[in-house]
Design a protein around this ligand. Structure first.
Ligand code: C2E
Ligand code: MG
Ligand code: MG
Ligand code: MG
Length: 283
């Protein structure tokens, strides 16, 4: 009887796996088509100085809108792009698009503006990543000192020696590097010290916790302190209300990103949003 159940359980398991794989394959084809048909576009979320409340840069975020108007979250389709290898071309396209937008914003007078670009671990491990980065910089004429690449902390945990070497080479191009979703992995202090990074991004989960309990701000506080000790810049992501912003500012966090300040926006909306902000600043 136990044997039968086991077998039944096994059958059920593999059938649901089959459904999941079929769904993934379906989405993989749809994504490939979407990429070819311009259903993908890049939006930009401003990054704000918590003291002056002025925009200092933006993070490029990929969007997929299907022909029937539905949005599919990058949390769903990025893993599929990684799994299928499409992320190599897609990631390069995002990088070039964001760099061209940076150049356009500079031409419009926003000349201290930073552009942050997410880089998948699959891209990062690709043998031509460095070459791709160099030619994207060269072709778009984006100034590397205003380009930042975001890699996730979980990625920073794997293959330390390879990562250390890669970061060194990337740094030589002049771009800077941020660790995204920081606080979710378990990087040790000594390991972090060996990485040529410039900035830590406090994960949204810890920003949300700030106003939750008495000890809610302890992780955010630790990351800010860590940044100070290691001489790294710190930015908080997912700031949704004024209380969170106030606490972060009190803790000494210089920069933030979140719906409180601005949602991710298309390139033309960002350009006019920045111009409105500049006008307000002058008034
Ligand atoms: P991430 O890099 O950590 O990006 C931050 C995410 O938080 C974005 O979600 C952003 O829209 C969202 N967000 C920003 N402020 C707030 C807020 O105040 N509240 C809330 N609830 N959310 C906020 P999004 O755009 O859905 O992207 C999700 C993830 O997908 C990103 O997380 C990143 O890991 C990945 N991703 C997005 N675009 C790209 C890309 O071009 N390349 C790669 N490799 N990954 C990407
Ligand atoms: Mg990011
Ligand atoms: Mg993040
Ligand atoms: Mg994230």
């Amino acid at each position: 009887r136990a044997k039968l159940q086991q077998r039944a359980g096994h059958f059920y398991f593999s059938r649901s796996m089959g459904v999941e794989i079929r769904e993934r394959v379906r989405m993989m084809h749809a994504l490939r088509t979407a990429f070819g048909q311009d259903q993908l576009f890049v939006v930009y979320q401003p990054q704000i100085d918590l003291v002056t409340r002025r925009p200092m840069g933006a993070e490029a975020l990929l969007r997929w809108q299907t022909p029937d108007g539905k949005f599919i979250s990058p949390d769903r389709f990025i893993p599929i792009a990684e799994y299928s290898g499409l992320i190599i071309d897609l990631g390069e396209w995002v990088m070039r698009t964001a760099m061209r937008e940076l150049v356009a914003l500079r031409a419009a007078g926003h000349d201290n503006f930073m552009m942050s670009i997410n880089v998948s671990q699959v891209q990062f491990r690709h043998p031509y990543f460095l070459e791709m980065l160099r030619s994207a910089l060269e072709d778009t004429k984006a100034p590397p000192e205003f380009v930042e690449l975001e890699i996730t902390e979980s990625m920073a945990m794997e293959e330390p020696d390879l990562l250390i070497k890669m970061l060194g080479q990337i740094k030589q191009t002049g771009v800077s590097i941020a660790i995204d979703d920081f606080g979710t992995g378990f990087s040790s202090l000594s390991y972090l010290q060996r990485l040529q990074i410039d900035r830590l991004k406090i994960d949204r989960a810890f920003v949300t916790e700030i106003t939750g309990s008495a000890r809610g701000s302890s992780i955010a506080e630790m990351v800010i302190q860590l940044g100070r000790n290691l001489g790294l810049a710190v930015i908080a992501e997912g700031v949704e209300d004024e209380r969170q912003a106030m606490i972060l500012q009190t803790l000494g966090c210089p920069l933030a990103q979140g719906f409180l300040f601005a949602r991710p926006m298309t390139a033309p909306v960002l350009a006019s949003w920045l111009n409105d902000d500049a006008l307000q600043g002058a008034a």
